[in-house]
Write a protein that binds this ligand. Structure first.
Ligand code: NAP
Length: 297
């Protein structure tokens, strides 16, 4: 990943867990970083890391052509920039939100004279600056060109295209996958406990099988993209039976059964729709039909 940025400075607004990690990582790469946080006490420790503390959001924005915001949500971003001039600035919003919110903020920032880049951080703060941190961006190509260098100092940066909502859409797609998987893992942890087996060993086993799971996700994504579910390696019927086994084990062990009940119920809808002989990705047909019934697409 190389830099196209001519901007050496960066203003960073928001010093929660993530903003602090971003500021430290950028400063450690030699960037001149000016920071501001609503609660000033959170900014103070950063002075020792060579970061300049600004007394107000307006002062931080004035300090750099590149303004990066990482606060709780889009409403907070808007409220802290409401009275600040953004003319000629490149605004990079790294707070998590929906595609709709990203589009709204892009229009708002552009109307106020800024170039807008939306971004989503696919990492936890301790990963920032390391090899597993990714930032996904979308929006104005000129804004990406201006911000890429600084962002590349803290994570691997990807550009998902000009629609400002794209980064948020990919981000929520990842988050849905992540938390779906984590809920399944938490149930797996209870299953381990019910069998007096060590949960950390299940964690280690997951690390070993994650590459195989990633290949399955890629194959399912291809199947859905091309709408082809024939000749499965494992049929939806086989997957449903596994979910039924999870539900049965939960009953036998008298542990919480909400996750297996949800998963078995979902796959059962695929079975009832006659998709048992197809690939599990055929579940998308059930979800599409439900969207159509609800009036959304
Ligand atoms: N933590 C993660 O693992 C992670 C991963 C990916 C993405 N993100 C995203 O990064 C963003 C920040 O997360 P975080 O973990 O840093 O959260 P956090 O530790 O809770 O910090 C929240 C930050 O937002 C500021 N803030 C909230 N409302 C504000 C307002 N109305 N005006 C001005 N500042 C306001 C807070 O200021 P005060 O200090 O004054 O309260 C603080 O700096 C979120 O959108 C989150 O989804 C986080």
């Amino acid at each position: 990943m190389h830099s196209h940025s001519t901007t050496h400075e960066a203003a960073l607004l928001g010093l929660g867990a993530m903003g602090t990690a971003l500021a430290r990582a950028a400063a450690s790469k030699g960037r001149r970083v000016t920071v501001w946080n609503r609660t000033p006490a959170r900014a103070t420790p950063l002075a020792a890391a060579g970061v300049t503390l600004a007394p107000s959001a307006a002062a931080a924005v004035a300090a750099s052509p590149l303004v990066i915001v990482c606060v709780t949500d889009y409403a907070a971003t808007r409220s802290l920039l409401e009275t600040v001039s953004l003319v000629g600035k490149t605004l990079v919003q790294l707070s998590t939100g929906t595609p709709h919110e990203a589009r709204e903020l892009a229009a708002w920032a552009t109307a106020r004279g800024a170039q807008y880049l939306d971004g989503a951080i696919l990492a936890v703060p301790s990963q920032i600056g390391g090899p597993h941190a990714n930032i996904l961006t979308s929006g104005a190509p000129r804004a990406f060109a201006a911000a890429e260098g600084v962002l590349a100092d803290v994570a691997a940066v990807r550009f998902a295209g000009e629609p400002p909502g794209a980064a948020a859409a990919f981000d929520l797609g990842v988050l849905g996958s992540l938390f779906g998987a984590l809920l399944g893992f938490y149930h797996g942890a209870r299953l381990m406990e019910s069998e007096q087996l060590p949960v950390d060993a299940l964690g280690e086993l997951m690390v070993a099988v994650v590459p195989a799971l990633a290949e399955m996700v890629r194959a399912d994504a291809e199947a859905i993209h091309h709408d082809r579910y024939e000749v499965p390696e494992a049929s939806l019927d086989i997957c449903w039976r596994s979910m039924e086994l999870l539900a049965r084990q939960a009953r036998e062990a008298a542990i919480d059964s909400s996750f297996p009940a949800f998963a078995a119920g979902a796959f059962h809808r695929g079975m009832a729709a006659g998709l048992g002989h197809e690939a599990p990705a055929a579940m998308i047909k059930v979800l599409r039909a439900a969207s159509a019934e609800g009036g959304a697409r």
